[in-house]
Write a protein that binds this ligand. Structure first.
Ligand code: ANZ
Ligand code: ZN
Length: 819
């Protein structure tokens, strides 16, 4: 019997998928039933283009861990659902000319059919859909809790506005000055907005990161985004005026090196201090800056816009009475710190360039051998490092960044001209969207009572199904054009009132969906306290790194708020996070290896791969492609190689010549199996599934090279292990050869004393330099050594292209890379 590619694979996979549809394996047991494992995928938004092999990368990975835990006897919660509100879904519907709820339902049906082929052990009884009124009733309820706690407020301010999507955006949704969704440059628009006070949680969001088992990269991104900065506010009197300017600095030790001040052009004090002679020039400059995008401002480099302008006014340095000129410049941001900066050109690069342009004095106050100077002792560039203070009166001789800074703060506070201050880069979260396809914000505007929350027993405020849902572009949501919906009665005074017409951002539904999965049908509450105590936090969360700030920061914020309001017993939602890398592929158009996308024409459709090679082969190839945290290049040859491996495996175990009774099994065969189990389990445990695939291949190589006979006991261990990668084939073989059902099996254990190793150590080189070692069985071939080696030296390969591989069996593996 041979495992014929295609017909037989398809037949077997279809048979098992049908069985699993009728009788799904690994379904979640009731709350409280033994040890639990909550394995979560970032739920997809059901786009019109269906699943992509990139989706498979995350979903197969999480399924492997869910399956291992299930076979270990855990009560596993491995759910799936739909993040179906929001811009992409609405834009997709507009493109097709149908209603968003119709296209969303269609897209979900396609996704579900495709997911069935993935054969993950999802519990579909737990499915959630953010656009279901039974779900978003609770999304609205959570908003009301925040509103009542004073964490939601309305304000009119200039916000990021995407002219193409015709909606306001949160700061987190603006990437390099462009809309995160469509890439259109963002402009500033002044409209009333609902805003969430995420800044109240800046410190908790920061300190909470310390206890999380998350990739360091993601934690760093969140830390930088929150941007805590410890500094001082220093007060500068304006000469000949009653005005006082507050300056925010993180370098108070440089106070004697200040030779000018710079204000953000839009500060309201600007015109009060500007002299008569300078008024026209200052106003012109303000108008120029107003027209710039925030990014254009801080990155500078616009040759048409002057670096700055003089106000005509002077400030007095509080420590030495020096009079210094006050300028405006685009590089100072109005809403960071105090919006006024003290210019220390000797020790800050931007200040140095500014002083250069306006011919302002440069006074060095930190001395170090590393400071670059000309023959006359003038600094050639700003020196930003540490050193000994000079030209600084009572600060002289002190080490600058440590004692110098501390002494400066102490002295400034004592003299009443400065105050220690914490500053954050995080801004409050702009939460309203002027679009149709989202949760209505459950508030009512009453002429008499003002803003009134919709009573909780009247939730959900349902999104009406309307003829015209296209964005208006006026700054109002399309809902504002439906008088029957807008006009309502005030819940308080019963007088006439109008509904809030803005909707929530897509993040609103994804900030708490993981709390809903344990009991998605609960009618009386968003979630049950007992479920929360048992199931949460999530044990393993798998998803793309593109959510490093947005979703992951917002979800942490929601959980912290719900915790503080007494609704949750924990304050961090995701104990362990894993970010899978992207799937890249050579694009014929550009000749480059790029992220898969429709426009580049390099997308691989998982359906085609399943048809050609089978779901099991695709699952294994996805895992085998490379270290799961790195971006990896798709190669068709890799896919067929994995299919061949599966066929060899099938041929081997179904051959009666390779089987015996347990008693007849040789000690060598048993030992080899235990060594395999040890390798496999350790590699899975270290999140290296690609190398766990390699351990399978190593085993098969060894087994095929001698007279190998397996007893049923060993065969079962082997097949149960295979099942986490290739569930169809493993289930079929268990049934055919051992008359067993996977659900009746358990995760194999190994005997460490049997698993002792007979291995050799191969040096790994990168461009001829020794970068690591890998231990393998003698005569292990290149296709197995390579992934093991790649894992060991992943950091040397990240972002690099391997142009050549030199492999000498048992001796050496050398990667020749190009930057
Ligand atoms: C004097 C100084 C001397 C500074 C020196 C730096 C180096 P972080 O760490 O990001 O908080 N700054 C303050 N407010 C600003 C604003 N609204 N727009 C642009 N720049 C601003 O950075 C704080 C430093 O950035 C502050 O310390 C200030 O420049 C500048 F050798 O003050 B410093
Ligand atoms: Zn009223």
């Amino acid at each position: 019997m041979s495992y014929q590619i295609k017909e037989m694979v398809q037949e077997i996979e279809k048979k098992w998928q049908e069985r699993w549809r009728e009788n799904p394996p690994a379904q979640t047991k009731p709350t409280g039933n033994g040890k639990k494992f909550y394995c979560l995928d970032m739920f997809p938004y059901p786009s019109g283009s269906g699943l992509h092999v990139g989706h498979w990368r995350g979903y197969v990975l999480s399924d492997v861990y869910a399956r291992v835990k299930w076979l270990e006897g855990y009560n596993v919660l491995h759910p799936m659902g739909w993040d179906a509100f929001g811009l992409p879904a609405e834009n997709d519907a507009i493109k097709k000319g149908i209603q968003p709820h119709v296209s969303t339902a269609q897209n979900i049906a396609v996704f579900k059919r495709q997911l069935e082929q993935l054969a993950a052990i999802y519990d579909w009884r737990k499915e959630v859909n953010t656009t279901d009124p039974h779900y978003y009733k609770w999304t609205q309820w959570i908003f009301l809790q925040m509103y009542k706690a004073g964490l939601a407020y309305r304000t009119t301010m200039p916000i990021n506005w995407c002219p193409l999507d015709k909606t306001g955006l949160a700061n987190e949704e603006v990437v390099n000055g462009a809309c995160e969704r469509c890439g259109t440059p963002v402009i500033q628009k002044e409209i009333p907005q609902w805003v969430l006070r995420i800044t109240n949680y800046a410190d908790k969001l920061l300190t909470g990161l310390d206890k999380l088992e998350w990739p360091e990269k993601v934690k760093t991104m969140q830390r930088n985004w929150i941007g805590k900065s410890e500094g001082v506010t220093i007060y500068f009197e304006v000469a000949g005026s009653k005005e006082r300017l507050e300056v925010y600095t993180t370098c108070p030790e440089t106070i004697f090196g200040v030779t000018f001040l710079v204000m953000a052009p839009e500060k309201e004090t600007v015109l009060r201090i500007t002299t008569r002679e300078q008024k026209i020039e200052v106003k012109e400059y303000q108008a120029l800056i107003q027209a710039m995008t925030p990014q254009g401002r801080t990155q500078g480099g616009n040759p048409d816009i002057p670096r700055g302008v003089f106000t005509g006014a002077f400030a007095i340095n509080p420590v030495n009475g020096a009079q210094i000129p006050i300028y405006l410049a685009s590089y100072v941001i109005a809403d960071y710190g105090t919006g006024v900066v003290m210019g220390v050109p000797a020790h800050d690069t931007r200040d140095y360039a500014f002083a250069d342009t306006f011919e302002l004095p440069i006074v060095q106050v930190i001395e170090s051998p590393e400071a670059l100077k000309d023959d006359e002792g003038n600094l050639l560039v700003a020196y930003e490092g540490d050193g000994t203070l000079m030209n600084s009166s009572w600060l002289n001789e002190l080490p600058a960044k440590t004692e110098g800074a501390a002494r400066a703060i102490e002295e400034l506070e004592k003299r009443g001209v400065g105050k220690h201050k914490l500053t954050y880069k995080l801004r409050d979260w702009i939460f309203s969207r002027q679009r149709y396809w989202g949760e209505p914000i459950p508030l009512v505007h009453c002429e008499r009572c003002g803003i009134v929350p919709v009573p909780e027993d009247q939730l959900p405020v349902e999104l009406p199904i309307v003829e015209r849902y296209q964005p208006t572009g006026t700054g109002e949501s399309p809902l504002a054009g439906i008088p029957e919906w807008v006009n309502t009665t005030c819940p308080q005074c019963k007088g006439p009132a109008k509904r809030e017409t803005n909707t929530m951002p897509q993040w609103a539904g994804s900030c708490w969906y993981f709390l809903r999965y344990p009991n998605p049908h609960l009618e009386t509450a968003a979630f049950d306290p007992q479920d929360m105590r048992y199931w949460l936090p999530v044990d393993l969360y798998v998803g793309g790194v593109e959510h490093a700030i947005l979703h992951l920061l917002y979800a942490r914020f929601y959980v912290k708020v719900l915790h503080d309001l007494g609704h949750l017993p924990f304050d961090e939602p995701f104990a362990h996070l894993f970010n899978q890398g992207m799937v890249l592929k050579l694009s014929e158009k550009s000749g480059l290896v790029e992220k898969m996308s429709k426009s580049k024409g390099n997308v691989v459709n998982p359906d085609d791969m399943v048809t050609l090679y089978g779901s099991d082969a695709l699952r294994i190839y996805i895992l085998f492609m490379g270290p799961p945290e790195l971006d990896c290049e798709w190669q068709d040859s890799g896919m067929s190689g994995v299919a061949r491996f599966l066929q060899r495996f099938w041929n081997f175990v179904t051959d009666p010549a390779h089987r015996c009774t347990d008693a007849q099994e040789s000690r060598e065969v048993t030992a080899r199996l235990h060594r395999f189990l040890k390798d496999f389990q350790e590699r899975i445990g270290h999140f290296k599934p690609n190398t766990a695939v390699a351990s399978f291949m190593e085993w098969l190589n060894d087994a095929s090279s001698g007279k190998y006979q397996l007893g049923p006991h060993s065969l079962e261990k082997l097949l149960v292990t295979l099942s986490v990668f290739a569930p169809h084939m493993a289930s079929e073989l268990l049934e055919q050869l051992l008359k067993k059902d996977l659900a009746a099996c358990s995760w194999p254990t190994y005997d460490a004393s049997l698993a002792v190793v007979n291995e050799i150590v191969i040096p790994i080189q990168v461009n001829g330099k020794l970068r690591g070692e890998v231990a393998v069985a003698p005569d292990t071939p290149q296709d197995i050594v390579r992934p093991l080696a790649e894992q060991k030296i992943a950091r040397w390969l990240e972002g690099k292209k391997v142009v050549k591989l030199v492999f000498v069996p048992n001796r050496l593996i050398n990667f020749v890379i190009q930057d």
